[in-house]
Design a binder for this molecule. Sequence first.
Ligand SMILES: Nc1ncnc2c1ncn2[C@@H]1O[C@H](COP(=O)(O)OP(=O)(O)O)[C@@H](O)[C@H]1O
Ligand SMILES: Cc1ncsc1CCOP(=O)(O)O
Ligand SMILES: [Mg+2]
Length: 281
Amino acid sequence: MLGRYLKNVRETAPLIHNITNYVTVNDCANILLACGALPVMADDQAEAEAITAICGGLTINIGTLNSRTIVSMLLAGKKAAQLGHPIVLDPVGAGASPLRTHTADELISQLPLAAVRGNISEIKALSGSSSLTHGVDANASDKVTDDNLWQHFTFARKLAKAWNTVIAISGETDIVADENKAFAIKNGSALMSKITGSGCMLSALTTAYVTAAKKTETSMLEAVAAAFCTMGIAGENAADRMGSLDGSASFRNYLLDAVFNMTEEELDTKAKYELVSYTDD
Ligand SMILES: Nc1ncnc2c1ncn2[C@@H]1O[C@H](COP(=O)(O)OP(=O)(O)O)[C@@H](O)[C@H]1O
Ligand SMILES: Cc1ncsc1CCOP(=O)(O)O
Ligand SMILES: [Mg+2]
């Protein structure tokens, strides 16, 4: 059932505006091209609104935020909201410094977000729960496991309701939730945490999928889950390709190749998830 969301991306080829960090910007542009979308990176306040206006969706990634780009994020976000374009926020490093946490809080309170995609420590830091973000990586003590899965479903659901968005938490087990339903996704490879950018790429991919979902009037929640399964399956396929002399640089290339070569059928058959619908309040 998720394969059609990849088809939607390839058929609509959405142009995505990314205000993102200078560490992984090239990977984000390439993964958008690999899935069938088109990227444009633009973070100057003099053009942020104009670029947003010609695009279909917006990614805001605070990975290397600064006082200049924060203004651009808000300008582009407000323009996107005015035009009804989906916005995905990646709160990279929220919890690691007051600037990151306060900026992410401000973006969440001022913008209508289609999804907030972060690792568990970033999302916990923004929820007000205690969390020790490990720089831009999740802290091992925050990990989602089979034993605490239901606690995290409840946590994500409450936050989705409070922020009126899809909460998309990545890790070995991903959680993608709105206030009514939640996916627990088990695709992926441990090698994905050995490269920088797997989370940023996933956020850009998520923007492509939700923008295509908006254009085709399909489900936002399922679109985010489809982006997560695409990334996870791509990680598995890339890991399968690793030779004896391959390391993290090859893995990064194989990951892009795997998204480029992903088929709708593969997404349907290899996606590993549990879908929970809530019946109570
Ligand atoms: N140990 C793991 N096993 C399987 N997949 C993983 C693992 N760690 C991360 N991933 C995958 O890597 C991608 C990025 O997630 P994550 O590392 O949590 O983001 P970030 O880089 O923002 O911290 C997601 O698709 C996630 O499912
Ligand atoms: C290392 C680093 N520092 C600032 S942004 C960034 C990239 C983070 O990328 P990801 O969250 O996808 O690993
Ligand atoms: Mg990240």
